[in-house]
Design a binder for this molecule. Structure first.
Ligand SMILES: [Zn+2]
Length: 57
């Protein structure tokens, strides 16, 4: 298990939403789990999913 997998397991949707409280309103944010040049993480009401690296929670 690498560091990113550890982070991925410990970060909740709530924390991600708070971290990106402004950008989250647009629904798409830069993924925090990989080197994201363009917003590829989609925030839903109760979960998130990254189209770049597949992170979800
Ligand atoms: Zn990602």
């Amino acid at each position: 298990m690498n560091i990113f997998e550890k982070v991925r397991e410990s970060v909740t949707m709530q924390q991600v939403a708070e971290l990106y409280s402004i950008d989250a309103r647009r629904g798409m944010i830069n993924c925090i789990f990989h080197d994201d040049k363009t917003p590829s993480m989609k925030l839903y009401d109760d979960h998130y999913y990254c189209f770049g690296c597949g992170a979800h929670g």
